[in-house]
Design a protein around this ligand. Structure first.
Ligand SMILES: C[S@@+](CC[C@H](N)C(=O)[O-])C[C@H]1O[C@@H](n2cnc3c(N)ncnc32)[C@H](O)[C@@H]1O
Length: 311
């Protein structure tokens, strides 16, 4: 879809969007208003009756969607992975009066495929990065999915480049013309962020002292069509991902030794806090500790050998 057409669609739905969010206060972790305008407008444009959100946290984006699409016309599922986060209570409080939302808990990778039963749009704001790209691609394989939206794809993120390469027919809210037209929606967002110490210096094109190439975290829209992704480039990307994970594993062998040694000295029963050494935080006796490390080092050596000689 042409950029000018997307901006035209957003302009068309701007008045109703503004009206719907007028009493909604921005909250930390939330998607900004100018970003949400793109999602809401394209859901209207595609005339879908089913909306799926992945990553609810404290429910700000969920509330914006619920305010824009009232029952009984719309079915809206919001998925959150972390059942034990303090955000759960906040989101229940915020969303208790909306009858059009089904609040689900679980991993979106497992839940979303079951929920795609009619034409829909999907907003992914968790998982992030690589996991968001793979989830988006799985969704776009289904023709019932009209568009997938991924949050946090600003120009300084390495994932942005992959999304641009893998997918065609995409649009990003950091587009300069889009920003010029709709940035006024975010005035309250930047003011709200100033209240938090660590976000005080977050501004358009700036995160603390770092200059950003993008106006904000950035929402991307990927419209579905027959050739909306390039399988070859996607495979190349998966290969890079594998190599990245291998390199990370090797690096993790040498990292954080002061903390590890401190833990060993401090705890007679050897808590290993460094999560990647073994999958969870567990309590080990000295003997098991040595075995875990030996296993780990052996598997690293093996993977280096396999990688060198067979890949
Ligand atoms: C940035 S927050 C979402 C903010 C929210 N969309 C808003 O605008 O207010 C990301 C959330 O995604 C959740 N998440 C991460 N991976 C997930 C997954 N695989 N399935 C469902 N939720 C996930 C996290 O637990 C976290 O609460």
């Amino acid at each position: 879809m042409e950029k000018s057409r997307i901006i035209e669609i957003c302009q068309k739905y701007l008045p109703t969007f503004k009206n719907a969010i007028k009493n909604i206060k921005y909250e930390l972790k939330g998607i900004t208003n100018s970003e949400m305008l793109l999602f809401i407008s394209l859901v209207h444009y595609f005339r879908v009756k089913l909306i799926i959100e992945s990553g609810r946290a404290n429910g700000l984006s969920t509330k914006i969607i619920a305010e824009n699409f009232k029952p009984p016309d719309f079915e809206f599922y919001s998925i959150e992975n972390n059942k034990y986060s303090p955000d759960v209570k906040k989101s229940y409080e915020k969303l208790k009066n909306y009858r059009n939302i089904k609040l689900l808990f679980g991993d979106s990778n497992k839940l979303i495929p079951k929920l795609i039963t009619e034409e829909c749009c999907i907003l992914i704001d968790g998982p992030k990065d690589d996991a968001a790209i793979t989830l988006a691609l799985e969704c776009l394989k289904k023709p019932l999915v009209k568009a997938v939206f991924i949050h946090d794809l600003h120009k300084d993120s390495p994932h942005r480049k992959w999304v641009e390469k893998i997918f065609s027919n995409h649009f990003f809210t950091d587009d300069i013309d889009y920003i010029e037209k709709f940035k006024s929606l975010d005035k309250r967002v930047w003011i709200e962020l100033r209240k938090y110490r660590e976000y005080r210096a977050w501004k358009p094109y700036k995160r603390n002292k770092k200059k950003m190439k993008s106006y904000s975290a950035t929402l991307s829209a990927i419209m579905n069509s027959n050739n909306c992704y390039d399988q070859k480039i996607y495979e190349e990307y998966l290969e890079c991902l594998k190599n990245k994970k291998r390199a990370w594993k090797i690096k993790s062998l040498f990292e954080n030794w002061p903390l590890r040694i401190k833990n060993i000295i401090q705890f007679p029963s050897f808590y290993i806090y460094y999560e990647k050494v073994i999958d969870r935080k567990v309590q080990l006796n000295f003997f098991n500790f040595l075995i875990e490390w030996a296993k780990r080092i052996l598997s690293q050596i093996l993977s280096i050998i396999v990688f060198r000689y067979y890949c």
